[in-house]
Write a protein of this length. Structure first.
Length: 136
């Protein structure tokens, strides 16, 4: 499996934030197809609340066209979310993006409307500090 440029940065950021990475990658078997989401993690919230489980797909947006990269990321995210809801409903899916991409592209009307309408959950990370800076 080819790892995204910031794979280990996001893994470290999750661990710093108290998450335990349980799957690297998180694999879903859908019939004869294997889907691989970059990371699976869980966090103990409180004894009475149990565990919160997530799956995280990391996107760097290193291509020439942010719009094309966004289309690909959204399509992949939606495909993963549909299958997580069906087979692993205890997990919430997040799209992890670097803070510079969030501050430049995700503030555009196209990105904001799509993220809101499609209810895409975001994890924003700082590649320099290897920390999460925001979670929706």
């Amino acid at each position: 499996m080819v790892r995204d440029k910031y794979h280990f940065v996001v893994r470290t950021a999750l661990e710093k934030a108290g998450w335990v990475v349980t799957d690297d990658p998180f694999v879903m078997n859908i019939g004869k197809t294997d889907l691989q989401i970059d990371l699976g993690a869980e966090q103990i919230l409180a004894a009475e609340q149990g565990n919160q489980k997530i799956a995280v797909e990391i996107k760097v947006f290193g291509q020439i066209s942010f719009v094309q990269a966004f289309h690909t990321a959204v399509g992949q995210y939606m495909n993963y979310r549909v299958n997580l809801e069906e087979y692993h409903s205890e997990r919430q899916l997040f799209l992890a993006v670097p803070i510079d991409i969030f501050q430049t592209f995700f503030i555009t009307e196209l990105a904001r409307r799509s993220v809101n309408r499609l209810q895409i959950k975001l994890l924003i990370f700082d590649p320099q500090t290897e920390e999460l800076t925001w979670q929706s």
